[in-house]
Design a protein around this ligand. Structure first.
Ligand code: AMP
Length: 177
């Protein structure tokens, strides 16, 4: 499946969740049997060979991250929104366009010094992915590479990620916000 075919499976919903936002909805892509398998096969091609675990960011990062982990034959670590994990966590607060958010992980799931590949559906400003990479590093992982299905390059997230010395790759890109 080509990148153009994958891109055609993403549904764009204007003015969600607020006016002026073009929401890039991946539910149409994953509902398509060729779309889900095609995205996972392409993500797997971009994955480094020594991945010990894939970490996916709640919620849509769980879909791609868990399927990619199974494809690569490694484990999956959920990066969760605050208050969801039933065990002691470590967390990081980060800025959103309007307000603040917090993500958390169970640090006992991380093997010290092993490479964890970060996965999410989309990178916009990069704030979420940078916070997740910081958190995984605080837990002792080597986390220097993230994969996304979609990049919104005009929002600068992938460039920010690279400026921080991390690698960011995406399967497709959309112009605008
Ligand atoms: P950011 O932290 O700005 O890079 O935002 C990335 C996170 O917000 C990802 O988890 C995305 O799922 C979500 N997100 C941001 N902008 C959009 C958008 N235009 N369409 C769909 N999801 C988005």
């Amino acid at each position: 499946m080509t990148s153009d075919e994958l891109k055609a499976l993403v549904r764009t919903v204007p003015d969600f969740p607020s006016a002026g936002i073009l929401f890039r909805d991946i539910t149409t892509l994953v509902a398509d049997p060729r779309g889900l398998a095609g995205a996972i096969a392409q993500l797997a091609r971009l994955a480094p060979s020594d991945v010990a675990a894939v970490a996916g960011i709640e919620a849509r990062g769980f879909i791609f991250g868990a399927a990619l982990a199974a494809h690569l034959g490694c484990g999956f670590v959920p990066v969760r929104k605050a208050g969801k994990l039933p065990v002691p966590t470590i967390g990081v607060d980060y800025a959103l366009e309007y307000g603040q958010a917090r993500i958390e992980i169970d640090p006992t799931l991380i093997a010290a010094g092993r490479r964890v590949l970060l996965v999410d559906d989309l990178i916009a400003t990069g704030g979420t992915a940078l916070a997740a990479a910081q958190l995984l590093r605080e837990a002792g992982a080597q986390c220097d590479h993230a994969l996304f299905v979609i990049d919104l390059p005009e929002l600068g997230g992938a460039a920010r990620f690279r400026a921080a010395g991390l690698r960011a790759d995406a399967l497709i890109a959309f112009a605008g916000h």
